[in-house]
Ligand binder design. Sequence first.
Ligand code: PGA
Length: 255
Amino acid sequence: MVMRRKLIAGNWKMNGLRAGGIALAGDLAGKCKAEAPNCDFLVCPPAHLLISVAEAIAGSGVALGGQDCHTAVSGAHTGDLSAEMLADAGCGFVILGHSERRADHGESSSLVRSKAAAAKRAGLTAIVCVGETADERKAGRALEVIESQVRESLPETAPEAAEASLVVAYEPVWAIGTGLTATPSDVAEVHAHIRKLLVELYGNDTGSAIRILYGGSVKPGNAAELMAVGDVDGALVGGASLKLDDFWAIGRSCP
Ligand code: PGA
């Protein structure tokens, strides 16, 4: 059986000014140094904080990620950051295709796939997000929607070092920031389906090594139950990642 170390990723979204963000990252780094956690921690702050957060977490084992990247290396793309720029700022990861970007910026799965290729080019691990809306779930179409997002958003060629270079995050859109979470049995069904697709796309060894995160209102109170579900290899945490005690407690709930 493949052992996948859990990844607890904090998506700060568009939250945090310098003083608070640096203090939050520094406090998490301090806790990780004092008490080796049972999981990998990752923080994905907004772009203006990347370099100072990189300094605050240096040597702690906490990893740094961006929240999006452009497909090009450089050029006339006002307001965008390339994967190479994220790597230059100290990132090892980048979140791609988050439902807020799919909704706010009209990002398609094919664009997300191109961004995943850019991440690979820059040596970053892409965390590719997929998930159904409430209406799609009510209509019984959740697995179908997730399957097409997986097939169309993930890189065509297998990642080289699977655990290190690609992560999938299942985030039901209706569970993000709402306090609602999918039931453990729904999460188990979706994660098993994504695992089957990963094995089909990349072969057994690589497909079994890629981590699949659950995201959507993960909190200290529900984390242990969710992290115990088969094929749940960690969490993508929004709101609760902005509170040190909550984020740490989610990490501590990993079996
Ligand atoms: P949430 O956000 O934990 O606040 O629901 C999760 C996410 O959007 O990544």
